[in-house]
Each structure stands twice: as structure tokens, then as C-alpha cells.
Ligand binder design. Structure first.
Ligand code: GLA
Length: 729
């Protein structure tokens, strides 16, 4: 287990649970190459795989063909401009205008534990759980040091990577491209899986063949985005949910990113991931360092499902932090879809009173409580309670809610400023903007320049004042537009392109301050629904609002796609009213509850105005949540249905880690004439154990449930749902 270095073969072997990752130093010039990534193997020296004896020869033996070597060698961290024409990870702009970089191995160290990344979110693990390797490479010409950092998690098939660049020269060097990871796969017969979407339909799946050329996804929107998620997997073409080799990559970052699989001339595939080089630049002064965010690499030999479960375990145990990390979250009711901007103390208290009777545990006051925010046209930045709406003040409202036995949560959009706000009138230069150019509005708002300390401090203080003024136990942190017109009049011209990354670092700093000063507050991230559902955000908030689309059927797709990478415990999911506000669909209240169970669970409706029949169902749903949430939150997720491939139904299964219990959630999407039942096979059970169906008391072996299956009966009507709970006897 762990990491070893073999002096003789000059190879590094990284062993995670059932995974090996091997690199080797070759030639007199010390090129660092990638050798193997896949199922665990005992051998340390598999350097024969590097084809060094075939043409092209290594430079020390055949410098005449140096370029052929560089352009085919599986370089561990490729650099730009010297003859490797595939995608590179590092490129510079020197004082004299040169862009090329060439790095070679110099030294390494191996140690227990995992280092923090300065100012950045990252996975963490103890000395017992992790081993780290730091490989130092140097470009002697530029006096640039490149430290490649790898950590293996010994009980998971997870390896993380990041990169630190240090300028040891005596002049400024501008970094114009710093990606965090590259893997050269010695094959091209693979599929690539990515996650795409838009507002209200986030994280749908897209699978296609790797082919010659670059298949890239990314964001240049300043956030990870609705459109593309910072995830990419390559896999056998035959890989399924349960079989085949899958390599998943996820970027622990919330800003611009690039993820790419490139089919190359010798039928190899180069996968890279990191900060999007588009419009990126970073000045490194002599002695300064730049740390690139972390990439998580997951290997699965049992299909896409196992990849997801490994991501979930890693993120639940080694990324998500805070008091709610392993806890059931309070069931909340949010007033957004209930009232939009039209609310006051009385309306909120009426909702809270009714909700508390039904078992709801927290009231969340959404957008509209501050400044003169009566529509989404104004007041962002004016974080002062509007006492015309919140009569009696915030403390009064919170105290009254607390008296009902409920917690209180509040909405903020700290990163934004409305042109029609007191803040903008006082500081028109505080938004990200290009001097003299009319800025692009979105939802009638601009983005605050969080690369500036005084702006961050001001915003933090205004949030802090509100949070200290009453017993607030939850914050929904929203971000409702993407970045454009990126510039300010503070940084020198040569550093203007740093704003993208400085902005993200600013957001992280604010969230760090908030979670450190208010550790009891449950932070839920949100970005126009789910535009910032990424591991960077999960480091600060244990849950993220998945989408503004609360329609139960659309949610099946969103939640399926989200669960590719992110644990169900993190997926913000609510029961809302019908016809659904986004798609107009009417689904049974019961089904909405079953779908929201596969998430944090809550309500987003005016409980005083729904039908008595629906209201009566709430206590039952809440009971269900309390009964099953531990299993759903902590268990292993098995996807049985695939709504993208078979839209007739969806089915997920949660199996307890000790396999003592299993919950099956089945949703019939489209009924089929004269088709009344469907057989589905369970997964992940103990073959030789017996399980009792809690409802019928029928007992079957795990082997029968997995191989023969269960019969879903009475398939009558669209959008109906069923729950099956089996307990090991
Ligand atoms: C975004 C969020 C919603 C709601 C509104 C308020 O769209 O995703 O949940 O908070 O903002 O303006």
C-alpha cells in the first residue's frame, strides 16, 4: 500500500485500494513519464511498456529525433513549445516574450498524510489514510520549479493531484497555462462521459467515442457552470453501470476549467484537466509560487456505478466538513416558490406555524428581505433588513420561528451588486468592469470584484452583522450570474487576467471566514439553481441546491447526472407545488416526496395554500425521511434505472455499508398500455444472506434478489412511485 520508489527502475508506484498508478524517470535527461494506471498490480517495474527501445529513441541516444521522442512520450506533465504538440499543461510568457517550457525530474519526497493547498479547497486525510509524493522537476533554462503532488487514499480507489510552480529566477515570469493533471492512456478505443446542461436542466449525461482530435468541455463563465460540470470520465466502450474499466476525473475548483480527452496520432488518448487557459494569466515574481487546484482521479473496475460510489465515499469522508458532515440535515421549508418577493413577517410566520405542526424543522427566508428588494431588479449589496416587510425586525421573526420549535435560515447573494443599490451608488467601481465600457447586465446585476480585499471585507462585515443579529442556523449562498467584462482599475495591465482566479480565491476566502466564524451554520450553496455544483463548493457547504427545476420528473435526470460524482447527501432537493413552476407538469404529491428523498429533503411551497390531502401527506413523508435518511445519506448508491437511456422509469437503490438493509425507490415515468409489472434486479447485496420485505414479510436470499430480481407491480398511471425496504434477517 502507499507509495514507493524503485531505485533500479527509477519508477514510482502509487497504490490506492485496488488501483496502481506508475510513473518512471527515463533517459540521462530525466524525463518523467506515465507508465500505468489501472487495476492494482504487484510489479513495480513495468517500464517495458514505455517503448523506449523502439523508434523514436530517447534523446541521449538519438537527439537527431528529439522531437519525435517528445511528441510521443507519455509525459507525466507536458509543457508547451519544445516538440510535444499534444495539449500541454504549462506555458509561460517570459520578459523576453518566450513561451516554451521543458521540465525534467530532479528529486522527490514521500511522506504520510496530505498537505493543504494554500487558499484552495481540497480533499483531506490523516497520516493513516493517505500517503503523498512530491516530485520536483525543473526547467533549468527558466529556473522554474514544478512540483507535482500526488496523494493516494489507501482505502479508496482515489488519487489526487495538484501542482505547485515556483519562480526561482530573478525576473517575473507570467504563467499563461497551468493545468493540474494529465494522463496519457495507451489506447484510444474508449468512450468519454461528461455532464452538460443549462438552467433548470443541470447535469445531464453525454457519452460518445474518443476520436482523433480534442474533445473538450469547460467553462469560461467564472464559475463551474450549469452548462458543463468539471468532470470527465474515459472508459471501455463496453463499460456499463456495473462492468468495465472507468477512469473518472473531477476538478476541485469553482471557476473556469478545461477537461479534455484528445485522441492522438499513435492511437493514444491524452486526458487533461485544470484551470481553463482561455484568458488566464498569472504573474510570478521572483521567489513566488502558484498552486494549481486539485484533480481527483478515480479508477473503477466495476463500471460507472463503482466510480460514483468511490467519489461519494471520498467526498463524504474527505472533502465535506463541518458539523453537518455526518448528520441528518434539518427538514426545511423555503418560501421562494411559495411567495417569491411578496412576503412579510405575517406570511412567513403563517407558513412556519403550519409547517411546524406537520414536522418541518426549519424555515428559510429566501430572496427579498433586504433593502428595497421587491423584485430582482435592485438592492443586491444592501444587506440591511427591510422592516417594512419584516415588521418587528429580523430578531423578532427568528425568535417567533424558534418558539415554534423551528430553526431559521436566510438567503444571501453576497457576490453581487445591483446598479440600483445604495452600495453601487457609493462604490460604482466595486463591480467587475472594463473602464469606459457599458457593462453586460444579467438579471439586472453586476458581479462584485471579490479579487479586492476591501470589497470582500465590506461584504463579509455586512453578512456578519445580519448573522449576529438573530439566531440564524442556515445560510443559502446564491450566485445568480456569470462573469463577463472581466477587468478592474486596480491591477496593472499585466495582471488583469488574474482576476478570474483571484475572484474564485476571494469567494473561497469569504466562505472560509463564514464557516470558521459560524461553524454552527449549515451552509447550502446555490447558483441560479445548480451552476456551481462542484467539489470546490462542497468543501465549504455540505449541500448544494441542485436546480431551480423542482419538477419531480425532471429531477430524476438532474439527480441521476449529479449522482455520477456527488453524494446524495449533498443534493439539495425539495417537494414543491403543482403545476410545477418551471415545466407546468402535475405529479402526485407522493411522487414528489419520493424523488426529494434522494437528496437533502425539504419543501418549497406555501403550506397554508396546498390542498388538505397534500398537507396530510407531509407528516408521512417526514416520517419516511427520518426513517430512511441515515441509509440514504450514508449508504451505497446503486443506480438501477437509467432515465436517459430508458425514459419509462427510474429506479435507485441504497444499500447499507454492512449490507444489512436496502431501500429501493422506483418511479414510473410513462405507463405503457397493457404492461402492468416490471422485473428489476437489485444490486450490491450479500448473496448468501436473507432479506425480509418490511411490508409483505416475504423473505428472499440476496442471490435471488440480485439475480432473479423483484417484481414491481401495479404499474398504473404516469409519475407514480413505490418504495421497497428489505432488512437482512
Ligand atoms: C436563484 C435560486 C433560487 C432563488 C432565487 C432568488 O434562482 O436558485 O432558489 O433563491 O435565486 O432570487
Amino acid at each position: 500500500m502507499g507509495i514507493s520508489y524503485n531505485e533500479k527502475s527509477r519508477s514510482f508506484k502509487l497504490d490506492a485500494k485496488d488501483t496502481s498508478y506508475i510513473m518512471a524517470v527515463v533517459d540521462e535527461e530525466n524525463f518523467l513519464g506515465h507508465v500505468y494506471f489501472g487495476e492494482r498490480i504487484p510489479d513495480e517495474d513495468v517500464n517495458y511498456l514505455m517503448r523506449l527501445e523502439e523508434p523514436p529513441f530517447v534523446p541521449s541516444k538519438n537527439n537527431r529525433d528529439r522531437m519525435s521522442f517528445l511528441d510521443s512520450f507519455p509525459t507525466e506533465y507536458p509543457t508547451f513549445g519544445l516538440g510535444d504538440f499534444r495539449e500541454s499543461c504549462l506555458k509561460v510568457n517570459t520578459k523576453s516574450g518566450m513561451t516554451a517550457v521543458g521540465i525534467n525530474y530532479v528529486s522527490h519526497k514521500i511522506y504520510k498524510g496530505k498537505p493543504k493547498l494554500q487558499g484552495l479547497p481540497a480533499t483531506f486525510g490523516s497520516k493513516e489514510e493517505c500517503t503523498t509524493l512530491e516530485i520536483t522537476c525543473v526547467d533549468k533554462h527558466l529556473k522554474l520549479e514544478v512540483i507535482l503532488i500526488y496523494t493516494v487514499f489507501e482505502n479508496l480507489d482515489a488519487i489526487t493531484r495538484s501542482v505547485r510552480i515556483k519562480n526561482n529566477s530573478d525576473e517575473d515570469i507570467q504563467l499563461t497555462r497551468v493545468l493540474s493533471a494529465c494522463v496519457d492512456f495507451d489506447r484510444m478505443d474508449m468512450d468519454v462521459l461528461t455532464i452538460h446542461g443549462s438552467w433548470a436542466r443541470e447535469r445531464h449525461l453525454n457519452r460518445r467515442s474518443v476520436t482523433y482530435g480534442k474533445q473538450a468541455i469547460g467553462s469560461t463563465r467564472g464559475e463551474s457552470s450549469h452548462q458543463m460540470n468539471p468532470f470527465l470520465a474515459v472508459m471501455d466502450k463496453t463499460s456499463t453501470e456495473d462492468d468495465g474499466e472507468v477512469y473518472g476525473f473531477n476538478f476541485v475548483y469553482s471557476g473556469n476549467f478545461l477537461a479534455q480527452a484528445e485522441g492522438c496520432q499513435f492511437d493514444t488518448t491524452r486526458v487533461v484537466m485544470g484551470i481553463n487557459p482561455e484568458d488566464f494569466a498569472w504573474r510570478l515574481q521572483p521567489g513566488e509560487e502558484f498552486t494549481a487546484p486539485e484533480v481527483v482521479m478515480i479508477y473503477s473496475n466495476e463500471g460507472i456505478g463503482k466510480m460514483s460510489r468511490t467519489f461519494h465515499d471520498l467526498y463524504r469522508n474527505h472533502l465535506i466538513r463541518g458539523q453537518y458532515k455526518d448528520k441528518k440535515r434539518p427538514i426545511l421549508i423555503n418560501n421562494w416558490e411559495a411567495t417569491y418577493f411578496d412576503f412579510n413577517t405575517e406570511k412567513l410566520l403563517n407558513i412556519a406555524k403550519e409547517a411546524s405542526k406537520l414536522g418541518v424543522e426549519m424555515l428559510v427566508m429566501d430572496d427579498g428581505w433586504f433593502g428595497n428588494r421587491n423584485s430582482d431588479n435592485c438592492a443586491l449589496g444592501d444587506w440591511v433588513v427591510n422592516e417594512e416587510k419584516i415588521q418587528g425586525g429580523l430578531k423578532y421573526l427568528v425568535d417567533e420561528v424558534n418558539k415554534l420549535g423551528m430553526k431559521f435560515g436566510i438567503w444571501f447573494e453576497p457576490e453581487m451588486i445591483s446598479p440600483d443599490s445604495d452600495l453601487y451608488r457609493a462604490h460604482p467601481d466595486w463591480c467587475i468592469h472594463i473602464e469606459g465600457r457599458v457593462g453586460t447586465l444579467c438579471r439586472n446585476q453586476y458581479v462584485l470584484d471579490l479579487s479586492r480585499k476591501e470589497v470582500r471585507d465590506y461584504i463579509y462585515e455586512s453578512l456578519r452583522e445580519i448573522l449576529l443579529s438573530a439566531n440564524i442556523e442556515y445560510v443559502k449562498w446564491d450566485m445568480n450570474r456569470q462573469l463577463s467584462d472581466v477587468g478592474n482599475n486596480i491591477l496593472p495591465a499585466g495582471c488583469q487576467r488574474e482576476i478570474w482566479h483571484r475572484y474564485v480565491l476571494g469567494v473561497y476566502e469569504l466562505m472560509d471566514r463564514l464557516t470558521s466564524e459560524f461553524p454552527h451554520i449549515l451552509l447550502e450553496n446555490c447558483s441560479g439553481g445548480g451552476a456551481r455544483f462542484d467539489p470546490g463548493m462542497l468543501y465549504y457547504s455540505p449541500q448544494i441546491w441542485a436546480s431551480d427545476n423542482t419538477d419531480a420528473i425532471e429531477r430524476l435526470k438532474i439527480q441521476h447526472g449529479t449522482s455520477m460524482v456527488y453524494p446524495v447527501s449533498a443534493i439539495g432537493s425539495h417537494v414543491s407545488d403543482c403545476p410545477n413552476h418551471t415545466v407546468g407538469r402535475v405529479t402526485p404529491f407522493e411522487t414528489r416526496g419520493l424523488v426529494a428523498l434522494s437528496g437533502t429533503f425539504g419543501y418549497e411551497l406555501d403550506v397554508t395554500r396546498i390542498s388538505q390531502e397534500d398537507r396530510d401527506m407531509i407528516p408521512k413523508q417526514i416520517e419516511m425521511y427520518h426513517k430512511y435518511n441515515d441509509l440514504i445519506r450514508k449508504g451505497d448508491l446503486y443506480r438501477i434505472g437509467n432515465i436517459f437511456e430508458k425514459p419509462q422509469f427510474d429506479c435507485v437503490e441504497y444499500v447499507a455499508k454492512d449490507k444489512s438493509e436496502v431501500l429501493v425507490v422506483y418511479i414510473q415515468v410513462l405507463s405503457r398500455p397493457n404492461y402492468h409489472s416490471r422485473r428489476i434486479r437489485l444490486k450490491g447485496l450479500q448473496k448468501d444472506a436473507y432479506y425480509r420485505n418490511e411490508e409483505t414479510n416475504e423473505v428472499y436470499s440476496g442471490a435471488a434478489l440480485m439475480n432473479a430480481g423483484i417484481l414491481i407491480k401495479g404499474l398504473w398511471g404516469d409519475f407514480t412511485g413505490k418504495l421497497y425496504h428489505y432488512i437482512r434477517v
